[in-house]
Each structure stands twice: as C-alpha cells, then as structure tokens.
Design a protein around this ligand. Structure first.
Ligand SMILES: C[S@@+](CC[C@H](N)C(=O)[O-])C[C@H]1O[C@@H](n2cnc3c(N)ncnc32)[C@H](O)[C@@H]1O
Length: 269
C-alpha cells in the first residue's frame, strides 16, 4: 500500500483489536512467512535478529528457534505485542530463550546503526506509506553483510474483491498495493549491494464471501484508505457485492488472490 493516506494510528488500533483472533485466521500469512524463512541462506550467521511487524510473534519465535538467539519482535500495534508477550508464558515457554517485544515503527527504527545481522519482516511493510524509508532504516540498522528478508503484497492482491466493489460503488474498499515494477525500482535504488525479488501467487478459496470478509476482519487487515465510506455496509450494497463476487466463482469455490513479493537483500560487507 503506497498510499500517503495510511493512518498509522488506525493501522495500529486495527491490528491491536485483532490480536486475539489473528492466529486462527492466519493460514496464508503462515505460509507466506514460512516461504520467506526458508529462503534465508542456511549459512547465514545471525546473533542480533529483528522480526519487524512481528504481530503475535509466530515468526519471532521461529527465528529464535532457528538461530538459537532471542530475536526481538517489533510492531506498531501495542495490542499485538501484549498478546505475543503472553505467549511467552504458554506452550512457547519451551524455548530456551524468550523473544523481546518492542513497540516501534518500521519507518523510524529504534535500533543502533550497524547493530543487526538479520531483519526479517513478513507481510508488514505493505502497511508503510514510505517503503523506501523503511528499507533505508533497515539498511542503516544492519551490519555489513547483514540480511533484510521481507515479503510484501503487490498489485493483483485481492483483485476479485476490488473489482466486485467497483461494480457496487466508487469508494476505495480494498487497500491499494504497489505494482511489482515500482517495488523493483525501490529495491534497485535502496543501496543494498545485492538483492533478489521473486513473486509468488497464493489463491485462497472460500465457500461464501462472508468467510473472506470475516477473515480479513479477524486479521485486522481492514481497508484503511481515507476514501472508504463511513458507517455500516448496507444490506443492499452487501447483496450487490456478493452477487458481483459470484462472477469469480470456480468449481473449488470463491477465489481470493494474494500476490506476494519475496525479497532478500544483503548489505555490502
Ligand atoms: C499481517 S500482520 C503480520 C504479522 C506477522 N509478521 C505474521 O506474519 O504473522 C502485519 C503486522 O504489521 C504491523 N505493522 C503495520 N505497520 C507497521 C509499521 N509501520 N511498523 C511496524 N509494524 C507495523 C501490524 O501492526 C501487524 O501486526
């Protein structure tokens, strides 16, 4: 989402409210993040690790386990980190080391320059109004030879929902996602010595549209564009939306497409 209209407080509040329901709805998020984790080179040595936009901390714990050091989970949403911290005391207490949790904005990282070996971020940076700034912050915090591994959503994500809404009214109901060419330009201009960006398509299937919209709500991934209409969605509009979305139905159900860019960047040694 490359919109300057993104209101960070609104983003933080929305994710904080969703903290308790996020994990049950996050199958796609797990899959996209696991693919990113699997891309990190096996030989990478990492002692100082940040999970940026950690949410409930699933990947912060996975990083802690994989690298056997306590990773730091950073997030804009205090409610997410409160929930993540509670998980320290549950079944995840089996970890030898417990992650640390810090409220922070990816566009203004509270990290010392050249202090981190690995900055991991799954499905968080599309919420930054200025992605180039977030990448620059990460680069500054990385040690020479350090790695920024992140994924983000690009154009084509939730296109079915977007088109269905377009046939109902002129408001922006679905967050806008950056075209992949624009993303590559930002990566090329970021000053990292080498990087790669691969696109992945995930198509989720639903029996009914309501399952998708409920899932987006449970994830906290609401539309936060300023052009959205206020108030409740009227019944007639919802009926029109449902009907429009049905045009996309396939034998396996209603599709919802996510276009994920998986990115690895290495700072010059
Ligand atoms: C879709 S969740 C992903 C959570 C986790 N990485 C995962 O894969 O399950 C996105 C997270 O990014 C956080 N986020 C959004 N904008 C952020 C920003 N500017 N700085 C830090 N975190 C941010 C949200 O609060 C939310 O917890």
């Amino acid at each position: 989402m490359s919109e300057t209209a993104i209101d960070k407080q609104r983003v933080a509040d929305s994710f904080s409210r969703a903290a308790a329901t996020y994990d049950q709805a996050a199958a796609f998020q797990r899959s996209a993040g696991s693919n990113l984790l699997a891309r990190i080179p096996a030989q990478l040595q990492a002692h100082e690790i940040v999970d940026l936009g950690a949410g409930t901390g699933y990947f912060t714990r996975a990083l802690t386990q994989r690298f056997a050091v306590a990773a730091a989970g950073l997030d804009l949403a205090e409610g997410m980190l409160r929930f993540a911290r509670q998980c320290n005391g549950s079944e995840h207490a089996l970890l030898d080391r417990q992650p640390r949790w810090v409220v922070a904005d990816a566009e203004a990282l509270p990290l010392r320059p050249a202090s981190q070996d690995l900055i991991f971020s799954s499905l968080a940076l599309q919420w930054c109004p200025d992605l180039a700034r977030a990448i620059a912050e990460a680069r500054q915090a990385l040690r020479p030879g350090g790695c920024l591994a992140f994924n983000t959503l690009v154009e084509g994500t939730l296109f079915e929902l977007q088109r269905a809404w377009q046939s109902v009214d002129a408001f922006v109901h679905v967050n806008r996602f950056m075209p992949s060419d624009e993303l590559r330009q930002i990566l090329a201009a970021s000053g990292f010595s080498h990087w790669r960006c691969d696109l992945e398509t995930h198509v989720l299937r639903y029996g009914q549209l309501g399952e998708l919209t409920r899932e987006l709500k449970a994830l906290g991934a609401h539309n936060i564009n300023q052009g959205r209409p206020g108030g409740l969605t009227g019944r007639a509009r919802l009926r029109a939306l449902t009907q429009a979305y049905e045009a996309f139905r396939q034998p396996e159900g209603l599709p919802a497409t996510y276009q994920v860019a998986q990115i690895l960047m290495f700072k010059e040694s």
